[in-house]
Design a protein around this ligand. Structure first.
Ligand code: SF4
Ligand code: SF4
Ligand code: SF4
Length: 324
């Protein structure tokens, strides 16, 4: 019988999500070709592409909570953003652990790094210092959007030609990568090989936001000190750089809920997933399955309630795409 482990389940979900994102990227490319007049084959915009616009989604989110208006320009982006926030509140940073394609690339680069046997472990003061930049970047966005921009500025940005074509601009950025961004991306990629999850742990402001929210998540990894043999395998396997063997409950903002610590623990039931509210034990796959379920639930609900596809007429959008 096929045995599913935390590692195999994570790899499978990450692979499927990344393959899906590549498909979405290809569909968007066809849509873009149609909109800018390079192709006459009509292709609809895949809503999921808006999931790559978290800053636009943060603006839409502010508009939603302050004015009650659901973004009509990138409704799918807002829906995905809310689903990811809910995931983090309930199931730690499961989005990072299973669904984000950048997390998958980081996972692959980490596997490559392990093969070189030249992994650099970052802990203590250096880790503390390196963790600061992503929170500074997050603070910058939160202050700018939530404290400096008023409802009129938010609405102006959402309805600007820049925002209407934000996906295409991002597509162009990566398709025509300049020398400086290419050097930066390659450097970060190399750092990710030798310092596990370098981008995710130290630089990503989206991950920083999810990490803060995940602190209230009821689900957490629990270690039984009476069973623990202090072998350190959990700490070695942890993508978040957490010293799991020193914790009783792992409530770190760096925990991505990947359960690799549980999968690598040689002592049965020493590491488990627990619900901190009910104090009940949960199956190790709870975070993985829960995150996929939440994403699908929001997707289906958005489709059924017309909060996925933008009602903006393509003729109007085409004008923006033509004048980019
Ligand atoms: S930290 Fe950022 S890039 Fe990394 S998995 Fe999370 S959201 Fe994706
Ligand atoms: S892997 Fe398990 S037994 Fe080993 S240190 Fe971690 S919790 Fe303890
Ligand atoms: S503590 Fe366990 S579940 Fe959390 S990130 Fe580390 S390995 Fe994954």
């Amino acid at each position: 019988m096929l045995k599913v482990s935390p590692a195999s389940l994570r790899n499978a979900i990450q692979f499927m999500m990344t393959a899906f994102c590549i498909f979405v990227g290809y569909r968007f490319y066809l849509f873009y070709q149609f909109m800018n007049g390079s192709s006459s084959i009509a292709v609809s915009k895949p809503g999921a592409v808006e999931g790559f616009l978290p800053i636009s989604a943060l603006l839409s989110f502010k508009q939603l909570i302050t004015s009650g208006i659901y973004d009509e320009v990138h409704p799918a982006g807002l829906t995905i953003f809310i689903a990811v926030l809910v995931m983090s509140l309930l199931l730690r940073k499961g989005f990072c652990g299973y669904l984000c394609p950048v997390g998958f690339i980081s996972n692959l680069l980490n596997k490559l790094g392990k093969k070189t046997k030249k992994i650099i472990t970052v802990r203590g003061k250096l880790e503390f210092i390196l963790l600061i930049p992503k929170y500074i970047a997050l603070a910058f966005f939160v202050i700018a959007i939530f404290f400096k921009m008023g409802p009129r500025e938010i609405s102006s940005f959402i309805h600007s030609s820049y925002n209407f074509t934000a996906e295409a601009r991002m597509f162009n950025f990566f398709a025509n990568l300049g020398l400086t961004p290419a050097i930066i991306i390659i450097t970060i990629g190399i750092l990710c090989i030798f310092i596990p999850y370098f981008w995710c742990r130290f630089l990503c402001p989206y991950g920083a936001l999810l990490g803060i929210l995940s602190k209230v998540s009821p689900i957490a990894v629990k270690r039984d000190p009476n069973l623990c043999i202090n072998c350190g395998k959990c700490t070695k396997a942890c993508p978040g750089g957490i010293e799991v063997e020193t914790k009783t409950i792992v409530n770190s903002a760096e925990c991505i809920g990947c359960t690799q610590c549980i999968g690598n623990c040689p002592v049965s039931d020493c590491l488990t997933l627990t619900d901190r509210l009910s104090r009940k034990r949960r199956p190790w796959a709870t975070i993985a399955i829960g995150c996929v379920f939440i994403l699908m639930l929001y997707y289906v609900t958005a489709i059924m309630t017309n909060h996925w596809n933008s009602p903006m007429p393509y003729e109007m959008l085409r004008g923006y795409y033509m004048n980019m």
